[in-house]
Design a protein around this ligand. Structure first.
Ligand SMILES: C[S@@+](CC[C@H](N)C(=O)[O-])C[C@H]1O[C@@H](n2cnc3c(N)ncnc32)[C@H](O)[C@@H]1O
Length: 342
């Protein structure tokens, strides 16, 4: 599937002389096929993404020039960086700290994004590396800032970027560790808390869909030592956070990158989730609709799906169309916990 160029990429397209002949590193909020165009313009290209779905769509065209993960290291050095401003500023800071050590002295640093995503003012993010950045262009409600790497950068240490907090969920005490921008990175979500308060003791196999910092899977692993748990997320920073949360609590589970069920051929006795719902990001609704509608094909014969959702999300009709039985197990003024069975 090809992705029409975003407004940001259309603005970049008319500035592409800036990238000609460079060894270029591209990262941040990637959402279209523009990096493929850059592959024909730059001398060398590396695209770094934390989004597994984006990686899957570009892997064939870009081959080894795209890397999915929570960290980019290696010996290659670049003479230009193009950062597409991510939604969370904390993630932008994290990416800059990670990739600026991979730049040559004097390298170009480009920052692009749209006005709604807060690009104007975001030049402050590159100021620590590039002195006073200048605005190179602005079009289609987007802007492009440019600076040059003016000082040597400290080596990146992933450890310094984890936040940590303790939480008590019923009888279960847990340490959560999370990288910037990951859901529940600084406190437990009330929806997830309600979901966990409404799950019985379990055995067999369980899928924690959209595991984030690993709260749900880790609580269930602690409560149910015989449960065989698989945790999936699309976001590499979430996956690494889940691995850290499990390790910090002495727990084990399988942690996998998956775009909805893309990496999951098998069936589970239970699926649990606080599914993605970010308002304004259409793809997240689409992912959740697919997740719910296709759940029966990933459940064993007597399997159940239990989710928590904000009241305004209209998941009940999808659940009722896909499952024989759907009940509301808990509700308050903000959330509902649904349990569906085949
Ligand atoms: C509402 S958060 C829940 C996080 C965690 N389970 C909790 O309760 O704190 C939803 C998670 O779904 C992930 N997600 C979004 N789209 C996805 C997809 N297509 N496939 C897998 N996970 C996805 C997001 O990265 C996010 O971590």
């Amino acid at each position: 599937m090809s992705h029409p160029l975003s407004a940001v990429s259309q603005m970049l397209e008319r500035n592409q002389a800036l990238f000609e002949g460079k060894s270029l590193l591209v990262c941040g909020a990637l959402e279209d096929d523009y990096p493929r165009e850059l592959a024909g313009i730059a001398r060398e290209l590396m695209v770094f993404t934390t989004d597994y779905s984006y990686f899957l769509t570009q892997q064939e065209a870009l081959g080894e020039r795209i890397h999915f993960g929570h960290e980019l290291g290696g010996e290659t050095r670049f003479d230009a960086l193009l950062l597409l401003l991510p939604k969370a500023k904390a993630e932008a800071r994290f990416l800059l700290a990670m990739v600026t050590p991979l730049l040559h002295a004097g390298a170009d640093i480009f920052l692009a994004g749209d006005n709604n995503g807060g690009i104007n003012g975001a030049d402050k993010l590159i100021a620590p590396y590039a002195g006073k950045p200048v605005k190179r262009d602005s079009a289609r409600r987007c802007s492009l800032y440019h600076g040059e790497l003016c000082e040597p950068v400290a080596p990146f240490s992933l450890e310094e970027w984890f936040s940590q907090y303790q939480c008590q969920i019923g009888d279960t005490q847990l340490t959560i560790q999370a990288l910037p921008g990951v859901f529940s990175a600084s406190e437990l979500d009330l929806g997830s808390k309600m979901l966990l308060a409404n799950l019985p003791a379990m055995s067999g196999s369980l899928l924690d869909f959209g595991c984030g910092a690993g709260v749900i899977g880790s609580v269930l692993a602690k409560r149910n030592p015989n449960l065989d748990i698989t945790m999936v997320d699309i976001n590499a920073l979430a996956l690494e956070s889940s691995r850290r949360t499990l390790a910090a609590n002495g727990l084990t589970a399988q942690v996998l990158a998956s775009d909805v069920y893309s990496a999951l051929p098998g069936r589970f006795d239970r699926i649990v989730s606080n599914p993605p719902f970010h308002a304004g990001l259409k793809t997240h609704y689409a992912a959740t609709e697919t997740f719910l509608a296709e759940a029966p094909r990933h459940l064993a014969h007597h399997g159940t799906l239990t989710i928590v959702a904000n009241l305004f999300l209209r998941y009940q009709p999808i659940l009722e169309a896909s499952f024989t039985r759907t009940e509301i197990r808990a509700a308050d003024t903000k959330f509902r916990v649904y349990r569906s069975s085949l």
